[in-house]
Design a binder for this molecule. Structure first.
Ligand code: TZD
Ligand code: MG
Length: 571
């Protein structure tokens, strides 16, 4: 065969071939999954490069856990699975924490990890980063799949798309070659990963009958309701009932916190005194004291629960009216069944709740305007509260203990899905990952309000923020430690377990990578610096110096610390 022909044939062959690398990319693109959060390394470095070259946005992080938290919140914000890409064994484990967190929070996320040689792993012969990742992942998410053949990539990606899924991609898969046309045909476009789930009409009627019978109704909105993106219907429903509503932390803003029916500032009153509680996309877990105990008072209470997950019904207390379906369909069904003539909640109740709320807000107001130096939480948060009021499209990311619990109460949110935080687990470390994904996915600037301990879990990602030039303003509430900066170890020369280096300058970290760093010692400093950051959209870190004695142990959940029976006896 003449040389030229052979060359042409080889070129022709190559055009007719595809491989694992490209099939994964094509499968993601076909399904509109256009962003990957990850950390490169063997065996996925080239995959990341090729994905980038093919038009997928590939954001490289400094640690997989942060990339994973980014993917998790991307899933929450977009209703499409966020993709996290990692190397094998340690990279996989780092990402797995985030997948477990996403699954617990019901955020759709796919963790895709490269893995080592199956034959060597299964015989435990000591491969590079050897680990049976599939077996480990299975216990932490909804499903875990391994893809051994290039022709299965299409179906595997499709199966992963509902999320809470681990996809195991052995190194050998990437280089597997197959006919390009057959490869194209093997891809699967997911038509509808979450079709509407219409609630049974009888369950809708039962729920409305119970709600109608209420003298003191309460609606609790959870982040499931925010996830549903049924914002108009939810608002219309809540307004038609006239009932006070209590937003869980990430449901704040679904209706503005300043809405006349909002009972956020009268939480203990509405939990205790309500007689019918309608939970919408909120679970009766520890965050709501499991629906019982002293926070809920002694009066008999009827629970209505609206959730897509049947397992949530009767999880902690009896649900007298379970409604199973997607939140959008359920709320629409309520609206349709209520008609225009729904009697609003009894005025005696709504007035009592409003009075309590106004009393609490008035009590808080002067504390939020204080100009103490060093700042206390309230002085600093009063400033941030005003800034979010003026810039309601800003996405607030929030973690810490006091920094979390106080910011949740103080900073009003005005629009849906504008507050992101530690979620179901109360996990530290979500800060920078969430901040990055929030702005990447929405284009809105981010204000990340971080305890100094909380920030430390993901702080290195300020380099990532600078590298991609993202409009993220981080405010570190620096009280020199976990809860407080005042603990003393009397046993030896080591510092106490909850304190950090006194007077640390976190702002210098941002400066190290070309961002703006500010040391703020007064509310005025803080106001100026945050406004400048949100205006300029420059990566900024403000070290907000907080009185080390201002916080309390474990913020608002100190009651969860175990107490020794022995200690009590001795006391
Ligand atoms: N590790 C992980 C992953 N999650 C956690 N929630 C904790 C540890 C325990 N923890 C909390 O629950 S809050 C917190 C830790 C370490 C930090 C609190 O300190 P901070 O906030 O500086 O972030 P404040 O304002 O000083 O209270
Ligand atoms: Mg602290």
């Amino acid at each position: 065969m003449p040389e030229g022909t052979a060359k042409n044939m080889a070129a022709g062959d190559a055009q007719d071939l595809t491989d694992g690398f490209h099939l994964i990319i094509d499968a993601l693109k076909l399904n509109g999954l256009a962003t990957i959060y990850g950390v490169p390394g063997i065996p996925i470095t080239d995959f990341g490069r090729m994905a980038q070259a093919a038009g997928i946005r590939v954001l490289s992080f400094r640690h997989e856990q942060n990339a994973g938290y980014a993917a998790a919140i991307a899933g929450y914000l977009t209703k499409k699975p966020g993709i996290c890409l990692t190397v094998s064994a340690p990279g996989f484990l780092n990402g797995l924490t985030a997948l477990a967190h996403a699954t617990t929070n019901c955020f759709p996320m796919i963790l895709m990890s490269g893995s080592s040689e199956r034959e060597i792993v299964d015989l435990q012969q000591g491969d590079y980063e050897e680990m049976d990742q599939l077996a480990i992942a299975k216990t932490m998410c909804k499903a875990a799949y391994r893809v051994l053949h290039a022709q299965d990539i299409g179906i595997a990606v499709a199966r992963a798309i509902p999320g809470g899924v681990y996809l195991d991609l052995p190194a050998k898969l990437f280089g597997q070659v197959m006919n390009a046309e057959a490869g194209r045909k093997s891809l699967v476009k997911v038509v509808d990963a979450a079709p509407a789930q219409i609630p049974a009409p009888s369950s809708v009627k039962r729920a409305l009958d119970v709600l109608k019978s209420a003298k003191r109704p309460l609606i609790v909105l959870g982040k499931g309701a925010a996830y549903a993106q049924a914002d108009d219907a939810i608002r219309a429903f809540v307004e038609r009932t006239g009932a006070p509503f209590l937003p869980m932390s990430m449901a704040k803003g679904l209706l503005p916190d300043t809405h006349p029916q909002c009972a956020g500032a009268a939480r203990s009153t509405v939990l205790k005194d309500s007689d019918v509680v309608m939970m919408i996309g909120a679970r009766l877990n520890w965050l709501l004291s499991h629906g019982k105990g002293k926070n809920w008072g002694d009066a008999p209470k009827k629970f209505i629960q609206v959730d897509i997950e049947p397992k949530e019904m009767d999880s902690n207390v009896e649900i007298v009216a379970p409604v199973v379906g997607d939140i959008g369909s359920c709320v629409q069904a309520f609206l349709d069944a209520m008609g225009g003539k729904w009697a609003p909640s009894p005025a005696e109740w709504t007035n009592a709740v409003r009075a309590k709320r106004e009393e609490n807000v008035a009590k808080m107001a002067p504390r939020l305007m204080n100009n103490n130096i060093p700042m206390d939480y309230h002085g600093a948060l009063g400033v941030l509260r005003t800034i979010i009021q003026e810039r309601p499209d800003t996405i607030l990311v929030n973690e810490g203990a006091n920094t979390l619990d106080l910011a949740r109460g103080v900073i009003d949110i005005y629009k849906p899905r504008k507050r992101l935080d530690v979620g179901t687990w109360g996990i530290m470390g979500i800060g920078m990952g969430q901040a990055i994904a929030a702005t990447v996915e929405t284009g809105h600037p981010v204000l990340a309000v971080e305890g100094d301990s909380a920030f430390g879990f993901s702080g290195m990602e300020v380099e990532t923020i600078c590298r991609y030039g993202l409009p993220v303003c981080v405010v570190v509430f620096n009280n020199n430690g976990i809860y407080r900066g005042t603990d003393v170890n009397t046993a030896n020369a080591d510092p106490a377990t909850t304190v950090f280096v006194t007077g640390a300058r976190y702002d210098k970290m941002m400066e190290a990578f070309g961002g703006v760093g500010v040391n703020a010692t007064s509310p005025d400093d803080l106001r100026r610096a945050v406004n400048a950051a949100l205006e300029s959209r420059k990566p900024t870190l403000i070290n907000a110096v907080i009185d080390p004695a201002a916080g309390s142990e474990s913020g608002r959940i100190g009651n969860l610390n175990p107490q020794s029976a022995l200690k009590k006896k001795q006391a």
